[in-house]
Design a binder for this molecule. Structure first.
Ligand code: MG
Length: 160
């Protein structure tokens, strides 16, 4: 088994679409980034790449590459899964923590979980999504940014 950890953070600004785990979230603000700035998918991709020993999201999808401008981050996940499969890895599990003061995500967690399970081709009980605030502390607590932590477990290729 291989374990990978991923983290991402993006600033929030008015007038942008907020995407979390490939799900459009109703809010009058969204995350700022070169792509669609989906912190959940970016953290998850880093966790998957980490578990496979394949570097990080910036190595594969550089944020100065015009082809990723405004990109739907599900493309990053799909391409990452393709690379893992080519190397003989199979995704077993993912656990996610979204840190956001706003919007409150209690009612969105299940939708995000379902979407991630679908994207990862896993049963929903192999994907978990948790949401918490930052208790009003720091930029996250002031609602200026949104962050995500992700852990992924892979079954590795047969060795030896
Ligand atoms: Mg990012």
């Amino acid at each position: 088994m291989r374990i990978g950890f991923g983290y991402d953070i993006h600033r929030l600004e008015p007038g942008r679409q907020l995407k979390l785990g490939g799900v459009a979230i109703a809010a009058d603000f969204g995350a700022v980034g070169h792509s669609d700035a989906d912190v959940v998918l970016h953290a998850l991709v880093d966790a998957l790449l980490g578990a496979a020993g394949l570097g990080d999201i910036g190595d594969w999808f550089p944020d100065n590459d015009p082809q990723w401008r405004g990109a739907d981050s599900t493309v990053f996940l799909r391409e990452t899964l393709q690379r893992l499969h080519e190397k003989g890895f199979q995704v077993c599990q993912a656990d996610i923590i979204i840190v956001a003061e706003r919007p409150r995500l209690g009612s969105e967690k299940e939708r995000i979980r379902q979407r991630l399970a679908e994207l990862l081709a896993l049963p929903t009980d192999r994907v978990n999504v948790k949401a918490k605030t930052n208790e009003g502390l720091d930029a996250l607590g002031r609602g200026e940014a949104i962050a995500c932590h992700a852990v992924a477990v892979l079954r590795g290729p047969k060795e030896g």
